[in-house]
Design a protein around this ligand. Structure first.
Ligand SMILES: NC(=O)c1ccc[n+]([C@@H]2O[C@H](COP(=O)([O-])OP(=O)(O)OC[C@H]3O[C@@H](n4cnc5c(N)ncnc54)[C@H](O)[C@@H]3O)[C@@H](O)[C@H]2O)c1
Ligand SMILES: O=P(O)(O)OC[C@H](O)CO
Length: 342
């Protein structure tokens, strides 16, 4: 029997744990890097992550470690499942070890000062690595429960896409490939903001018409922004765009949705984030997206409205009133001004 090459997963949170379990189920030894030695020791001892997806048996193939240098020495394929705030600071110090690696970001966020997506940071930190992203409707809890799931690996490098398909494909997990890294990654980052809004709407008892309106107008807004950024809007029709938007905006398993739900119940933002105790990337994305949309002069009423509620002290009802009484618009205006594709 051929011995399989070990695969690295950086980040011992929900998603790192879920990806590690998929790789292990496919027979790959996994080096799961985390910063917390006590957490690594607990996983080693019990075969379960004591903080995230606590009931998931990781099995003997998942080796937790806090030694990043040795992980990078042994693994050619590296999945990065760190929060966006941590990705650069964790990887920059070991940039010398990243040349020639296949680095796949699973992180759905945007860097605050630079407006860079995570794979763009990887390009800076590891100019001689092959870079890709993994994104789609991929709630960690459902992956852990082996719910039938699909995702997208996107990269200019076909060998990276094939490798990721090879290691992750399984009975319950299907991996589609794309060449549009920017579009795939942008969709995954933007949808988090709208999941917060969807959670708020759910907490307020809004009906299906409202939820559907929110999701489709979110897609319109995301697409308008993406086109201004030079992305291919068709990518947003795929798993990493509309697919992830639906999953995240309709599921109480989404942390962004949960933050929104708490906000809709009147919980202040800081408390909502604190009681979650996990990463909700949409909060930071909202801050930088609002500014970028203003700089680029992109019409994003949902982003502006949520920003006004969370950071500018506007009452929710006033924002809802403003959104509904705005001047009449065309439906598919983001493809061409008169509503018809050119
Ligand atoms: N959970 C999901 O369902 C899911 C699905 C797809 C993508 N993602 C993305 O994956 C990324 C990570 O999310 P998550 O769900 O694993 O978050 P999480 O909150 O479950 O875990 C975050 C982990 O990162 C660790 N961490 C924080 N700062 C660190 C640092 N400076 N150095 C090392 N480790 C650090 C924490 O200790 C924790 O283990 C996010 O960008 C998220 O959008 C999550
Ligand atoms: O739990 P969330 O809101 O970070 O969403 C998780 C994934 O991005 C869903 O695809």
């Amino acid at each position: 029997m051929t011995v399989k090459q070990p695969v690295a997963v950086l980040g011992g949170g929900s998603f790192g744990t879920a990806v590690a379990s998929l790789l292990a189920a496919n027979g790959y030894p996994v080096m799961l890097w985390m910063r917390d030695a006590a957490q690594a020791a607990a996983i080693r001892e019990s075969g379960r992550n004591p903080r995230y997806l606590k009931d998931l048996d990781l099995g003997p193939y998942v080796q937790p470690t806090t030694d990043l240098a040795s992980v990078l020495q042994r693994c050619e394929l590296v999945f990065v499942a760190l929060p966006s705030m941590a990705l650069r600071s964790v990887l920059a110090p070991c940039s010398g070890q990243l040349a020639g690696k296949m680095l796949v970001s699973t992180t759905k966020g945007i860097e605050a000062d630079t407006f860079l997506l995570m794979s763009q940071i990887l390009e800076q930190v590891a100019p001689q690595a092959l870079i890709g992203v993994l994104s789609g409707p991929n709630l960690a809890r459902e992956i852990a429960d082996r719910a039938l799931t699909a995702t997208v690996v996107a990269s200019e490098h076909e060998e990276l896409c094939s490798r990721v398909q090879q290691v992750l494909h399984g009975d319950t997990f299907r991996v589609y490939a794309s060449k549009d890294r920017f579009g795939v990654e942008l969709g995954g980052a933007l949808k988090n903001v709208y999941a917060i809004i969807a959670g708020m709407a759910a907490a307020m008892g809004m009906g299906e018409n409202t939820k559907s309106m929110l999701i489709t107008r979110a897609l319109a807004e995301m697409t308008r922004f993406a086109m201004k950024m030079g992305a291919n809007p068709m990518t947003f029709l795929g798993l990493s765009g509309v697919g992830d938007l639906i999953a995240t905006c309709t599921s109480s398993k989404s942390r962004n949705y949960q933050v929104g739900f708490a906000l809709g119940q009147g919980v202040p933002l800081e408390q909502a984030v604190e009681q979650l105790g996990e990463v909700a990337e949409g909060v930071n994305t909202l801050r930088v997206l609002k500014q970028k949309a203003a700089d680029l002069e992109v019409y994003m009423p949902l982003v502006n409205g949520l920003h006004a509620i969370l950071f500018e002290g506007y009452p929710l009802q006033k924002i809802i009133g403003g959104l509904m009484s705005g001047e009449p618009k065309t439906d598919i205006d983001f493809i061409s001004p008169d509503g018809f594709a050119e």
